[in-house]
Design a protein around this ligand. Structure first.
Ligand code: SAM
Length: 329
């Protein structure tokens, strides 16, 4: 990977460098565009709030000087222990600090690890390919596994509790809210009737049995998504983390956020454009926007066809990059 050359966030590097940082654990999405948009100071301090397989972190480190530092944060112990092996040199040189935490606590993590505001933050939301592909984690309907879906394996709430214990009305609520599933009632009724449901295969079959064949695949996907979002409180922690990002970033510092579904992207878009989740822009009496961020790419950044072909996960990726304004909070 060559050194960092420009900050044009719309620049598209058609060379297939996205493969360079891929491992069996995970292939980082939109890697070059993230690097180009995120790094503004090669001696800066960057937070990778979703360390995962460490692909983006490795690319950031390669584009910093020896004085630059990355704080890599994940709530999954497995991701961090793999990361310690993969990037052991950077860890021992003090250029990479790995921390187990939920990114909703990023403000306190940054305060503990650094003296002042930081230069950039990356969010690559959702789960890693490794988490999805390991049946025992219970994230995917494609693999047999327990009803788990916790990114933090020490968390109390898992999918089993929701699927086997929650009232039908609560199931309907989360399938609608987090899965935007139109057949939520029929699915909830079928789940309650089929209890106890022991694993991901059985759950997927119950969901399929509750809807017409035509809707089976989408409904299974949406219900699994809804359960995962609720188990990990993904939308609430995203909102807290975006607000914290505005606190810990220095003026002109950047945030890059990759979303994989519209529920995430809507929150990211509204916050980066207006500083709130209603998407209402406040202005001062002179007409200046009162917002902690200025979005740098009005057009959504997406993966090239070539990247999408090689990494199907990249197909739904939507990247937004914004710069911290000097509005004090
Ligand atoms: C899509 S993967 C990131 C992949 C990474 N960018 C790479 O290049 O390998 C998302 C990672 O973020 C973690 N994660 C998701 N939500 C989190 C949260 N609220 N707090 C901390 N980690 C989170 C997941 O455990 C997962 O390891």
């Amino acid at each position: 990977m060559p050194g960092h050359k420009n900050h044009d966030v719309n620049a598209r590097d058609e060379r297939e460098q996205f493969l360079e940082y891929a491992t069996e654990y995970h292939a980082p999405v939109l890697c070059n565009t993230v690097i180009e948009g995120l790094i503004t100071d090669q001696e800066g301090i960057y937070l990778d709030a979703t360390f995962g397989g460490g692909g983006h972190t490795a690319a950031i480190l390669d584009n910093l000087d020896s004085a630059g530092v990355v704080i890599g944060l994940d709530q999954d112990d497995d991701a961090l222990s793999e990361g310690r092996k993969r990037l052991s040199d950077a860890v021992s040189e003090g250029r990479l600090i790995l921390v187990k935490a939920n990114f909703s606590d990023l403000e306190s993590v940054v305060r503990e690890q650094t003296a002042g505001p930081i230069t950039g933050i990356l969010f690559d939301l959702g789960v890693s390919s490794h988490q999805l592909d390991v049946g025992e984690r219970g994230f995917s309907h494609r693999f047999e596994g327990p009803l788990d879906m916790r990114m933090d394996q020490k968390a109390e709430l898992d999918a089993d509790l929701i699927v086997n214990k929650w009232d039908a009305s609560d199931l309907v609520f989360i399938f609608r809210k987090y899965g935007e599933e139109p057949r939520a009632k029929a699915v909830a009724r079928a789940i309650v009737k089929a209890r106890p449901i022991r694993d991901t295969n059985q759950l997927a079959n119950v969901i399929r049995g509750a809807v017409f064949v035509l809707h089976e695949a989408k409904t299974v996907m949406r219900v699994f998504q809804a359960l995962r979002i609720r188990v990990n409180e993904e939308l609430d922690v995203l909102e807290s983390a975006l607000q914290a990002a505005a606190i810990v970033l220095k003026p002109k510092g950047r945030v890059a956020a990759i979303s994989y579904h519209s529920l995430e992207d809507r929150r990211v878009k509204r916050f980066l454009r207006t500083g709130n989740f209603e998407g209402i822009l406040q202005r001062d009496i002179y007409g200046n926007a009162l917002t902690p961020f200025k979005e740098l790419n009005r057009k959504l950044l997406t993966a090239t066809e070539s990247e999408q072909e090689k990494n199907p996960r990249a197909r739904s990726a939507r990247l937004r990059i914004a710069e911290r304004t000097d509005l004090s909070l």
